[in-house]
Write a protein that binds this ligand. Structure first.
Ligand SMILES: [Zn+2]
Length: 403
């Protein structure tokens, strides 16, 4: 357990989510990560007594997340529920409390995966894990992701409507000042075609790790696959893209094996993309500005006129032909639930990937396709996200300049 609490504290730091995380794990005894602030551990230890959990993660988020959460906690004192897929499928809602007591924390964590703690002296996130601290780490990073997406999405909507409050503007300017500089060039990854399984596996491990390092996905989400002869190699559901060794399945394309039960929930989507669009390598991440623009629709917002929008079903069956660049010929945006149902990614994604080799899924993320290895899909992931970030700020500037 000592190893695990240190590992996840370290991952939070490396992901730029929290500088001084506190990670607790309970076996026979309760252990905290090295360097955990004793003032926090004293306050959090009683939470274990109130809940049946084995892991607890707490931390004051790093910038820009601290600024973003402080604003959202004031704007939505009882909590909020962003529309992105990580929230919909995983967090459901992000509750907020305004007192930092073991009872208040345990009460919320008894029904939700996370709690945002906003008091005059503390701005923190707490999350629990029932078996190990890993779940707490995943939740912590998802809270940061979803809050980021909500905050920047709402700013865009308000700036267009001319309804940005002074507090929102101040928070936006502070958050923007803390954004990391844009990285234009991806790493040099292994070149294909891959000679055998071993070479393909190594290339997947390397590309998965780079996708997390370049912050194009939260560690635990996203997936990756490649096609080798008549076999599809794909990351397992719930595997961390930066820790793939041992978590990649080999799935014969003729469906002759049942060994693929643990394969990504998007296995069918991947195999259909290869069948329809060609290619040999698929990378899927959740880059933030891509997700923000995928949900930016003129039909949404204050005066929803679209019937699907009114029902809040854009992520399932948006009927419009939409593109990340706003123009035909750009990267298409499709709806699609995880899975193979009528509105599933397996049905919406393959056609969209054909031609352009990339498609965004509404509120969810980006899929990119390569002909031989992961260099092309990785660079596409990076280029498309950078393009979305530029377009986001150009749209904000234009809307602000107009008024
Ligand atoms: Zn995803």
């Amino acid at each position: 357990m000592e190893f695990l609490v240190d590992k996840y504290a370290d991952k939070l730091r490396r992901a730029g989510l929290c500088e001084n995380p506190v990670v607790g794990g309970l076996d026979d005894v309760l252990v905290w990560n090295r360097g955990a602030d004793p003032a926090w551990t004293a306050r959090l230890t009683p939470v274990f007594g109130r809940m049946n959990i084995s892991g607890l993660v707490f931390g004051c988020p790093a910038e820009p997340f601290a600024t973003i959460l402080e604003f959202l906690a004031a704007e939505y004192p009882d909590g909020f529920a962003p529309k992105d897929t990580e929230t919909r499928t995983f967090l459901h809602e992000l509750p907020v409390i305004h007192e930092f007591t073991p009872k208040a924390v345990a009460d919320v964590l008894g029904r939700r995966k996370s709690v945002i703690i906003a008091t005059p002296s503390v701005m923190g996130i707490a999350a629990h894990g029932s078996v190990t601290p890993e779940q707490g780490f995943v939740t912590f990073s998802s809270v940061c992701f979803s809050s980021f997406v909500l905050f920047f999405s709402e700013y865009l909507r308000h700036v267009r409507a001319g309804t940005v409050s002074p507090a929102r503007r101040t928070a936006f300017e502070a958050a923007v000042a803390h954004l990391e500089p844009m990285v234009e060039q991806g790493p040099e990854l292994a070149c294909g075609p891959f000679a055998d399984r071993e070479a393909a596996l190594q290339a997947m491990v390397e590309a998965g790790r780079a996708t997390v390092e370049y912050r194009l996905v939260d560690s635990y989400f996203g997936n990756i696959s490649c096609l080798l002869n008549q076999e599809l190699l794909i990351s397992q559901t719930g595997s961390s893209l930066d820790e793939l060794p041992g978590l990649i399945d080999f799935c014969p394309l003729d469906g002759s094996s049942t060994a693929c039960l643990t394969a990504s929930s998007e296995l069918t989507a991947h195999s259909q993309v290869y069948a329809k669009a060609g290619g040999r390598a698929i990378l899927h991440g959740h880059p933030r500005f891509t997700v923000i623009l995928s949900m930016d629709c003129a039909e949404r917002g204050q005066n929803v006129t679209c019937e699907i929008g009114k029902l809040d079903l854009c992520h399932v069956k948006c009927p419009a032909k939409r593109y990340l660049s706003g123009e035909d010929g750009g990267v298409p945006i499709v709806p699609g639930e995880v899975g193979t149902g009528p509105n599933g990614l397996a049905n919406t994604l393959p056609a969209a990937m054909t031609g352009r080799g990339a498609a965004a899924v509404w509120g969810h993320g980006l899929f990119t396709l390569g002909n031989t290895d992961f260099n092309q899909p990785f660079q596409a992931l990076l280029d498309i996200e950078n393009g979305c970030r530029r377009r986001y700020f150009a749209t904000v500037d234009a809307a602000e300049g107009r008024r």
